[in-house]
Write a protein that binds this ligand. Structure first.
Ligand code: FES
Length: 108
């Protein structure tokens, strides 16, 4: 029996965790939910969304809070930080579309 193909080619997980004010930093304070929504919108607009293609997902804390806001792309297991729409565009254009890692935004 042949192994079944993956339902999605890639998952882009955004930590959107929100903490109470005054505690440890969190990704949502740096715009994670807003930029996750932007990424979803762009992925859809570019025709990359859907079965066999790319899925943008919301995640809880991934314990890289101080390095965030962070996202991780699987199955590549490449972690990124980002600050703005232009960073998201670069990650989509370079990594998601072409498989080229964006070194300047990559988390070690
Ligand atoms: S709050 Fe995002 S990694 Fe912890």
């Amino acid at each position: 029996m042949n192994p079944s193909p993956s339902h999605y080619r890639q998952h882009v997980f955004f930590c959107c965790n929100q903490r109470e004010p005054g505690g440890r930093v969190c990704c949502n304070d740096a715009g994670a939910t807003r930029l996750r929504d932007y990424a979803k919108q762009q992925i859809k607009k570019l025709g990359l969304a859907g079965k066999g293609r790319v899925r943008v997902n919301q995640a809880g804390c991934m314990e890289r809070c101080e390095e965030g806001p962070c996202l991780v792309i699987y199955p590549d297991a490449v972690w990124y930080t980002y600050r703005c729409e232009a960073d998201i565009d670069e990650i989509i254009d370079s990594h998601v579309r072409n498989g080229d890692v964006v070194a300047r935004l990559r988390l070690p």
